[in-house]
Design a protein around this ligand. Structure first.
Ligand code: SF4
Length: 320
């Protein structure tokens, strides 16, 4: 069956991150994950305590560098390992752990500026919360963006405030949209993260999250399944009172349905998460990422569907 999708180099039916990086930088680009020793407003008491119930002790940065090392040491040690595999690789310095704009502009400068103009570094990716974007921070990031490529990653997880409350996100969809608007006012690229399988959510609720995310002015999307990591609040909640979790088949079918609601210009940076296996309690099926991605591809072919085809059906004239 002919693949009509434009934004892929490897016959996918969604806009791959590989396509984005290769067409923009014309070389292999890898992300180096860093821990810049920030915290979160829902951990330190500004908005709440304890953080999101699913979040591990590493603040969603399980693969980030060791916070006891300075940022450059973290960067050099990881980039050297990657260079063994990809000798000509360029890098994006990825500030992954915790909320990487939860500080004054002076502190942010001290973390980000050393990576501007560094050999082989083409950009900086910054994971954060929308409620930790102020006008001053957005203006600084816009200035930074004139000197290196800046990519913002915003955790949303769900558009449903009742779910966000249940998992202690301490942020509403309305607040998220305000932070996003501020970043877009300064023409900063934003990738949004969503999680499938949050407690209490139905298939239709998760689909609705994708539907609303598809209407936002965003440039990238990461979709994860919920991971119940050992010793998180969610883990103890689950042990006490188990809630339904998604099966592998449900997750794959849901992701395909969600992709159809996301415009084709939005880069799909991830369709499965990267839980630390030793810390993972559930779902066990999530460990084998490659087969999940393959099965998403197969289902899209079987159903003859594409990213965004439900919102722009005229692009995809189906063959007989
Ligand atoms: S906002 Fe992010 S880093 Fe902070 S507790 Fe929630 S998931 Fe963890």
């Amino acid at each position: 069956m002919k693949n009509l999708f434009k934004y892929t180099l490897d016959n996918k039916r969604y806009h791959t991150y590989n396509y984005f990086l290769k067409t923009k930088y014309h070389q292999k680009v890898a992300k180096v994950t860093l821990n810049a020793d920030f915290t979160c407003p829902n951990r330190d008491g500004r908005l709440g305590y304890g953080g999101c119930t699913f979040c591990g002790s590493q603040g969603a940065g399980e693969y980030a560098g060791d916070v006891n090392d300075d940022l450059m040491t973290q960067f050099v040690s990881q980039s050297q390992i990657m260079r063994r595999k990809w000798p000509d690789c360029a890098f994006i310095a990825y500030f992954q752990a915790y909320t990487n704009t939860y500080a004054s502009v002076d502190v942010l400068k001290s973390r980000f500026e050393p990576f501007v103009g560094l050999d082989h570094v083409v950009g900086i990716a910054i994971a954060t919360r929308a409620d930790c974007i102020t006008e001053e921070i957005a203006a600084y990031l816009a200035d930074l963006n004139t000197r290196t490529d800046v990519y913002l990653e915003l955790g949303l997880q769900t558009i449903h405030d009742e779910t966000a409350k249940r998992v202690n996100r301490c942020e509403t969809f309305a607040t998220f949209q305000k932070g996003l608007a501020l970043l877009r006012k300064y023409h900063l690229d934003v990738c949004v993260h969503i999680i499938n399988g949050l407690p209490g959510e139905t298939y239709e609720m998760m689909l609705e999250t994708a539907r609303q995310v598809g209407k936002l002015d965003i440039q990238g999307l990461k979709i994860h399944s919920l991971y119940i990591m050992k010793h998180t609040k969610l883990y103890y909640e689950y042990l006490e009172k188990p809630f339904p979790t998604l099966s592998r088949e449900e997750y794959i079918a849901l992701v395909v349905d969600q992709l159809r609601l996301i415009p084709d210009h939005v880069v799909i940076e991830r369709l499965t998460g990267d839980a630390m296996v030793s810390e993972l309690y559930l779902p066990e099926w999530s460990i084998n990422k490659t087969t999940i991605l393959n099965d998403i591809d197969k289902l899209m072919v079987k159903q003859d569907v594409y990213q965004g085809d439900l919102i722009s059906p005229s692009i995809y004239i189906k063959e007989d």
